[in-house]
Design a protein around this ligand. Structure first.
Ligand SMILES: Nc1ncnc2c1ncn2[C@@H]1O[C@H](COP(=O)(O)OP(=O)(O)O)[C@@H](O)[C@H]1O
Ligand SMILES: [Mg+2]
Ligand SMILES: [Zn+2]
Length: 576
């Protein structure tokens, strides 16, 4: 005897054998018992949830020699022929194969004749949404004036694609996806019948992989029996199906949450060592993050989550540790990596990069929060405690500068920052928050004012150190007009005419050298701030104006300090 695939072998033969579609089967049974069977039915739902099966059972129920009955015997000629798919009076049409034009034409012919032997002439149209307009029109005519003792059952995965004229003439049954536990039980029953041994984890793995479709569950079972024989254990089943344990996915996300890049890389290495297909793993992780995202946004009870109920708690718990932005960022990173990995020579690198990016994105998020807090602190400090240096020219408020900075924008600058910029800032003097630029920049008190460069012995010492290493930088520094050294910051000012030297000092290499020399002299971490003095000539009126505003703006100042940056260029967006 030839081998029959499990899904076919275990096709339910009675209404009560159909799992998980009680609403449908009870309604149909009721219709049969009260002799109220309609002329047209639409069975909609995902693949492998029992549409064709139920259509055949309905056909048997109506045409069984002992019928109409809700419990067809399954042994009479009609029942046997219907089950085998070769009954003259029950015709199955696959609209997907040739869009059904010929069949529907034939159908219109056939429907005019009474059933050859049985009570009803029944047409089961599979993938009905694929019918052509022409075929739909032909069908519609028949449905408008249904010949007596005829029945149409349209099975479709996409009911919304059926013309409304057809829909309105049929009874519509929506078949649901099955729960994990329903599929688990069905699998266990079939496995017992097949005399296969399987541990709980193996069945559970299959049930999850089926994602609500009984047919998929049974096809996968076929696949693992073929690979493993009569003994199924969880590990082997996972390997055959390429299923990544949820625990592993959860662990990975926990490591991301802890911003533990070492751990994520070690885990990736372990996966590779254990022979996991990494692109597949990446896909699974993407799916998991998607679940977390749904758990975060819609709640863990959402029907959008196709996971066993005991997993929902875990998802809720894990999702709560991330923000929606985090999760969508991860989702984005993973989707991209998954696409790249398919063609990559070294998929492992892409996975590692994606994982590290996620860890970084995690750190970034808190920085983002930090920064937004920072802007506010700077503003309040200025308003409350530090009178303006120059009350005659009020400093205009910054036009929404901080709000333009979003996490996406931050991603690059931070990733590219030189390592030295990450050095922890000294705590002490800064503990009270950012000092207002009005205090430090524009001379509130004589003591804080920048001194002529020549007057400060520390500056001379710094220059000495610089000269020892670089004559070029040393000679650039000779052009410094004024400098101010305080609180771990060395601020040097060049005159406008010396902007060339200022640019030189701003370059990455020179900037770093000046910093190193300053730190040596001052014995503490130092930030370098290079600026140009007031413009003496009034050539372009707007530019110095905008620049001046930017330089005095407390938010700009806060950013400059935080990132240890230099104000290179100012654009007046309101004038563009
Ligand atoms: N609700 C169900 N209960 C039990 N078995 C089912 C169910 N749905 C599908 N199956 C299994 O899957 C196979 C295919 O089901 P079928 O009814 O053809 O699905 P579809 O919804 O795609 O028409 C059946 O032979 C049966 O083994
Ligand atoms: Mg089907
Ligand atoms: Zn029968």
């Amino acid at each position: 005897m030839s081998y029959q695939v499990i899904a076919r072998k275990y096709r339910p033969q009675t209404f009560d054998d159909v799992v998980g579609q009680r609403v449908v089967t009870e309604t149909l049974k009721n219709a049969i018992q009260t002799d109220r069977v309609a002329h047209g039915y639409i069975f909609s739902g995902a693949r492998g949830v029992g549409k064709t099966t139920t259509a055949r059972i309905l056909a048997k129920a109506l045409n069984c020699a002992k019928g109409p009955t809700i419990a067809p015997d399954g042994t009479c000629a009609s029942c046997l022929e219907i089950a085998a798919g070769n009954s003259v009076d029950v015709q199955e049409i696959d609209a997907a194969s040739n869009r059904g034009i010929d069949e529907i034409r034939e159908l219109r012919e056939a429907v005019r004749y009474l059933p050859a032997r049985d009570r009803y002439k029944i047409f089961i149209i599979d993938e009905a949404h694929m019918l052509t307009t022409e075929a739909f029109n032909a069908l519609l005519k028949t449905l408008e004036e249904p010949p007596p003792r005829s029945l149409f059952i349209m099975a479709t995965t996409e009911a919304h694609k059926l013309p409304s004229t057809i829909q309105s003439r049929c009874q519509h049954f929506a078949f649901r996806l099955l729960d994990y536990s329903e599929i688990y039980d069905r699998l266990r029953a079939v496995i017992a019948e097949e005399k296969v041994e399987a541990d709980e984890g193996a069945i559970s793995t299959l049930a999850q992989a089926a994602e609500g479709s009984v047919r998929d569950a049974l096809s996968l079972l076929d696949q693992v029996i073929a690979a493993c024989g009569g003994r199924l254990d969880e590990k082997r089943v996972r390997q055959v199906l390429g299923v990544v344990p949820t625990e592993l996915l959860a662990d990975m996300m926990k490591a991301v949450n802890a911003a533990d890049s070492r751990r994520v890389l070690e885990m990736a290495g372990q996966l590779a060592a254990e022979g996991y297909e990494l692109a597949h793993f990446c896909g699974e992780l993407t799916r998991f993050v998607r679940d977390l995202m749904i758990g975060r946004s819609c709640g863990a009870e959402s029907s959008l989550l196709q996971v066993p109920s005991e997993q929902r708690k875990q998802i809720a718990e894990l999702a709560a540790r991330f923000s929606e932005e985090d999760l969508s960022r991860f989702f984005n990173v993973l989707l991209r990596a998954e696409g790249e990995m398919r063609y990559a020579l070294a998929p492992r690198f892409h996975l590692e990069l994606a994982l590290v990016k996620m860890v970084q994105a995690r750190r970034l998020a808190s920085l983002e929060t930090f920064l937004s807090g920072l802007g506010g602190a700077g503003i309040s400090a200025t308003n409350s405690s530090s009178p303006r240096a120059n009350p005659g020219s009020p400093v205009p408020a910054a036009p929404a500068a901080p709000r333009q900075i979003r996490s996406e924008n931050l991603e690059r600058p931070i990733a590219n920052r030189e390592p030295e910029a990450r050095r922890p800032q000294p705590e002490g003097p800064r503990a009270g928050g950012v000092q207002s630029p009005a205090v430090r920049g524009t001379a509130t008190a004589a003591a804080a004012a920048p001194t002529p460069a020549s007057d400060d012995p520390r500056w001379s010492a710094i220059k000495g150190k610089v000269y020892a290493k670089s004559n070029f930088l040393g000679s650039c520094l000779e052009h410094v007009a004024r400098c101010q050294i305080a609180e771990g910051e060395v601020s040097v000012e060049f005159a406008q005419k010396d902007s060339f030297f200022a640019e030189m000092v701003k370059s990455r290499e020179q900037h770093a050298a000046l910093r190193a020399a300053s730190e040596e002299v001052l014995g503490q971490p130092v930030r370098i701030y290079v600026r140009l003095g007031e413009q003496e000539t009034g050539t372009r009126a707007e530019r110095p104006n905008a620049r001046e505003r930017a330089e005095r703006d407390q938010t700009v100042e806060a950013f400059r300090r935080k990132f240890d940056g230099t104000l290179l260029d100012v654009k007046d967006l309101s004038r563009e």
